[in-house]
Design a protein around this ligand. Structure first.
Ligand code: HPA
Length: 235
């Protein structure tokens, strides 16, 4: 096969059926080096580093997605349609919208509401609810319970806007029970739902719009490790 415009892989089977997707490509490199001892790099186009290795005897890949729905939309489309990826698991960070969702908590996006126009491509006669894969969600919740890692599961917001002109806009989403904001899950869920494959978004809370608290890099690493312990078991 010929490489896609954004992933320089020409052989089927180089990318595993299950892939972990952090936003930051250097995070992908870190995950590969720390958790996948036999990892081999498969992509460097645009420095969007991707690796395949094994974890617990299971073949698994990890690649950056960049920030925002257009970027994760491109990478997840190519992974699904050209490389046969079946399980796409975003591992990212989010900002809390709720008092009880604290910095360092782990949030799992059962559904991803959005202010993006991404769904317009489908020409639906209504609004769409981008939803996680039930099987991946159940597995993640079960793994977390077995490991004694608390998780909060619910609706998240995938926003196109990080620096909002209206600093109060998030409060309307908060009133609708949205737990936290990030910028990619809705496009990932729509691409997966449209293609009939599985997607899930695991997040650690890096900041709070309620309390304005931010986690230190050191504390972030700790929760990140717990999130990765869940994500790696999903292969
Ligand atoms: N907004 C959007 N995305 C984010 C945030 C945020 O506050 N924190 C982490 N990812």
């Amino acid at each position: 096969m010929i490489p896609t415009p954004h992933i320089g892989v020409i052989d089927q089977g180089v990318i595993a059926e299950t892939i972990l997707l952090p936003g930051d490509p250097l995070r992908a490199k870190f995950i590969a080096e720390k958790y996948l001892p036999d990892a081999v790099q498969f992509n460097a186009v645009r420095n969007m580093l991707g690796y395949t290795g094994t974890y617990g005897g299971q073949k698994i890949s990890v690649m950056g997605t960049g920030m925002g729905m257009p970027s994760i939309g491109i990478y997840s489309h190519e992974l699904i349609h050209l490389y046969g990826v079946k399980n796409l698991i975003r591992v990212g960070s989010c900002g809390s919208f709720q008092e009880e969702v604290k910095v360092r908590d782990i949030v799992i996006g059962m559904a991803a509401s959005t202010n993006s126009n991404y769904a317009s491509q489908y020409g639906l006669p209504g609004t769409y609810a981008p939803t996680a894969s039930w099987s991946l969600l159940k597995k993640a919740v079960d793994v977390a319970a077995r490991k004694g890692i608390p998780v909060k599961v619910g609706n998240i917001l995938s926003s196109d806007i990080f620096y909002d002109d209206n600093p109060e806009a998030w409060k309307k989403w908060a009133r609708m029970g949205i737990m936290a904001v990030e910028m990619e899950a809705a496009a990932l869920y729509m691409n997966a739902n449209r293609a009939g494959v599985n997607a899930l978004c695991l997040l650690t809370v890096s900041d709070s719009l309620v309390t304005h608290e931010l986690v230190s890099a050191e504390a972030r690493q700790n929760t990140f490790t717990q999130m990765m312990e869940i994500a790696l078991e999903l292969a």
